[in-house]
Write a protein that binds this ligand. Structure first.
Ligand code: XLS
Ligand code: NI
Ligand code: NI
Length: 441
């Protein structure tokens, strides 16, 4: 088998003083941080669609980088992609990957033929994984948004035939996920949303989306799948109104349809900001609701209003993200998938490596800072003290359910003005504490 990146060797960890662009400065896979190795804490994953398929095409022009992997025929190319992906993962010390079915193998003439060719590639990946058990599938998903048949949605299509086709495609993607030992299956509502309510039966569409998810869970469990299902919230793009707007919206949906036991969140940084939330907000909402699952690591651009899927380099955001991950007890079935693409102008093969090194080092720094933030304790202690009134006296009585409206009225009347019970929120001081920890590594 030929080497695709013969000018690039295994990326070493050289530490923060290294100036070698093809070395990690902060990601030291076997170093223990917060009780686990960095490799176990971060669980980095390669995204098959951006890394193996994305050629820089945008709405103003064709691709700028060659992702044909030296093969013109689709079957040979799909195989070459597998070889190249394993080489990239190996050289970058990435253990996990994520795929859409069609990233692995494209559509052919009929669904039967498409499935047959897809199975062959999945078998080929299984062979490669058997030869190198360090390579694992983080999650799989089905690309039910690309082909024209999905123009009005998949599970939310007005056409029952499209719904059935989507179910067939998802069944196959679940089979592949299970076969490759994946512990996650993602539903990102590609075109599950609407453009105008003038043509939309919102109630039926949401009921149907839940029906499809329920069937998927039942099927997967019936073939022995024990992993998690994730919904990946996103507020808009491609449709104007995506149903899975943000974590809070998705939680309401899951609870309404009794799906909350099987589903967790796959939180993507750029989707959080598109919903006008911070990345940390989305992670916190998921964590507080026991629904934190996995992460799509990337970042948007504050000046642009779409999903730019940039490789993450914002250390501040990564630190606050990893703080939430550590507070959630770390990843279980989930991990950090780089749903990120090199900029269109970063078109050389080496840019794949530079991009991942930048993203991985950013999250390695984030982990180091978050661990320090927790062991330093100033922030957590401040928050604890801010809520101290809930641990004794009337606060404790409220929490213990010992008082109602009448008792609280009596208490307030006796107490008089309560403004003095408040203390400063000290936001600026806390931001300075975070900076102090960040730049004291
Ligand atoms: C698109 C989504 C997509 C999902 C997987 O915005 O991020 O890539 O992660 O379908
Ligand atoms: Ni994503
Ligand atoms: Ni996205």
């Amino acid at each position: 088998m030929s080497e695709f990146f013969s000018n690039i060797g295994k990326i070493p960890y050289e530490g923060k003083d290294s100036t070698n662009p093809l070395a990690f400065k902060y990601y030291n896979p076997d170093e223990v941080i917060g009780g686990k190795t960095m490799k176990e804490q971060l669980k980095f994953a390669l995204s098959w669609w951006h890394t193996m398929g994305g050629d820089g095409t945008d709405m103003f022009g064709c691709g700028t980088t060659d992702k044909t992997w030296g093969e013109s025929e689709p079957e040979a190319r799909a195989k070459a992609k597998v070889d190249a992906a394993f080489e990239i993962m190996d050289k970058l010390s990435i253990d996990y990957f994520c795929f859409h079915d069609r990233d692995l193998s494209p559509e052919y003439g009929s669904l039967a033929e498409t499935n047959e060719k897809f199975d062959a590639i999945v078998d080929y990946i299984a062979e490669k994984m058997a030869a190198d058990p360090s390579k694992k599938l983080l999650w799989g998903t089905a690309k039910c948004f690309d082909h024209p048949r999905f123009m009005h949605g998949a599970g939310t299509s007005p056409s029952a035939d499209v719904f059935a086709y989507s179910a067939a495609q998802i069944k196959k993607a679940i089979d592949a996920t299970v076969k490759l030992g994946g512990k996650g299956y993602v539903f990102w509502g590609g075109r599950e949303g609407y453009e105008t309510l003038l043509n939309t039966n919102m109630g039926l569409e949401l009921d149907n989306m839940a029906r499809l998810m329920k069937m998927a869970v039942e099927y997967a469990r019936s073939i022995g799948y024990t992993g998690d299902f994730y919904i990946e919230p996103k507020p808009k793009e491609p449709t104007k109104h995506q149903y899975d707007f943000d974590t809070a919206t998705v939680l309401g949906f899951l609870r309404k349809y009794g799906l909350d036991k099987d589903f967790k969140m796959n939180i993507e940084a750029n989707h959080a900001t598109l919903a006008q939330h911070t990345f940390q907000h989305e992670l916190r909402v998921a964590r507080e609701n026991g629904a934190f699952g996995s992460i799509d690591a990337n970042q948007g651009d504050t000046l642009l209003g779409w999903d730019t899927d940039q490789f993450p380099t914002n250390v501040y955001e990564a630190a606050l993200c990893m703080y939430e991950v550590l507070k959630a007890g770390g990843f279980t079935n989930g991990g950090l998938n780089f749903d990120s693409k090199a900029r269109r102008g970063s078109f050389t093969p080496e840019d794949i490596f530079h991009s991942y090194i930048a993203g991985m080092d950013t999250f390695a720094l984030g982990l180091r800072i978050a661990d320090k933030l927790i062991s330093d304790g100033r922030i957590d202690k401040f928050v604890e003290e801010r809520y101290a009134s809930w641990t004794t006296g009337i606060g404790k009585d409220i929490i213990d359910g010992k008082v109602g409206m009448a008792e609280l009225e009596k208490y307030a009347l006796e107490k008089g003005e309560v403004t003095e019970s408040l203390s400063s929120g000290r936001q600026e001081m806390l931001e300075a504490v975070l900076n102090n920890i960040m730049f004291n590594l």
